[in-house]
Design a binder for this molecule. Structure first.
Ligand code: 13P
Ligand code: SF4
Length: 336
């Protein structure tokens, strides 16, 4: 059955001259079939600069939107319009409410910085205010730039990444909705109160469990993890950076990895032939939205496109593209 559908997808890909891209958290069968698999920065770069005019994006909605914003002439379809739960925690009206709250506290000198895990309307708000986007792969670099502006950084939507960046740079941070007004006024980095439900699963007690079991184990996590977890990690990086870090370790290295299950499972099974890679959690850290996409969905969306009855196509208003592209292009420039 799989072979049959895979062949049909490959035929459609040829007919449509499409590029199929996938995020590392997608199911194995999708990752295997994709022309390119990467982290969110690599996917934005590769898909927006591809020679193909049609991009079939297997991931979550904000990723497909980023390609459309960076390359509006391309057509971008997604087998599933699955929305990252973190991206869903902020929209343009919550952005406005947050800025108003900061203004009411006398904070006007604001530099907005949004994690790429946000929808295009939020990126447009950020771009309109002269702000920038970052991903987990370039967050450190972009944050250095933000600090150099000597403004209050308003970081959204991921409070963990925002606090982790502040801690790394010995800056004071606060979280809107959690911190007191005086803590917000005194902080250098004000974070929106969003989070990733998958990366919240990893805890300090999970780290202690593995450290007690194996004294030489390395703890590798994604920067969306809780700051207490990040503080106790030996390596923190984006999905691609985690893969590279682990592939350069000796075959018998023991590693407990705090990121999405599909990626960790793939690392243990095939890619590196490493025998001692563990999931840093007693529960299965699966991203429900990333896991929605199936081969059947991929086939259906391509078939419908070929039949000129497209669906799940990413479309953005021109004004959204205009301002969101300012913030995304600034990120690409700064992370060259
Ligand atoms: P990366 O940018 O590391 O691929 O992460 C995206 C993401 O959604 C992690 O949860
Ligand atoms: Fe969003 Fe978390 Fe899933 Fe990443 S793992 S796509 S941040 S819900």
């Amino acid at each position: 059955m799989n072979n049959e559908i895979i062949n049909k997808i490959l035929d459609l890909k040829k007919d449509l001259n499409a590029l199929i891209v996938a995020h590392y958290y997608q199911r194995d069968e999708i990752v295997k079939l994709a022309d390119f698999c990467g982290d969110s920065l690599e996917l934005a770069r590769v898909a927006s600069r591809a020679e193909q005019d049609l991009i079939v994006f297997c991931g979550v909605s904000f990723m497909g939107q980023s390609v459309k914003v960076l390359s509006p002439k391309k057509r971008v379809i997604m087998p599933r319009l699955a929305c990252c739960s973190m991206a869903r925690m902020i929209d343009s009206s919550y952005f406005d409410i947050s800025i108003k709250k900061l203004n009411s506290l006398g904070i006007d000198n604001i530099f907005p910085m949004t994690y790429i895990n946000s929808n295009a309307d939020v990126k447009a708000k950020v771009g309109k205010m002269g702000g920038v986007v970052c991903t987990s792969a370039n967050a450190t670099k972009i944050f250095d730039y933000a600090l150099s502006l000597n403004k209050k950084i308003f970081f959204m939507p991921d409070r963990c990444l925002g606090v982790n960046l502040a801690n790394k740079n010995n800056k004071l941070s606060s979280v809107l909705g959690q911190s007191s007004d005086s803590e917000i006024i005194d902080s250098d980095v004000i974070c929106y109160d969003g989070f990733c439900s998958v990366h919240q699963l990893f805890s300090v007690s999970d780290i202690e469990f593995y450290k007690n079991k194996f004294s030489d184990i390395l703890i590798v996590t994604h920067p969306e993890c809780d700051p207490k977890v990040v503080e106790k990690s030996d390596f923190v990086g984006s999905t691609s950076q985690i893969i590279n870090f682990i592939s350069n370790l000796p075959k018998d290295a023991k590693v407990a990895v705090g990121t999405e299950f599909n990626l960790v499972n793939r690392l243990t099974k095939q890619d590196n032939n490493k025998e001692n890679i563990f999931v840093l959690s007693s529960s299965k850290p699966e991203c429900p939205t990333m896991n929605e996409t199936t081969l059947q969905d991929l086939y259906n969306v391509m078939r419908a496109f070929k039949d000129e009855i497209p669906y799940n196509e990413i479309e953005e208003e021109l004004s959204t593209i205009e301002y969101a592209s300012l913030a995304l292009n600034k990120m690409l420039e700064l992370s060259r």
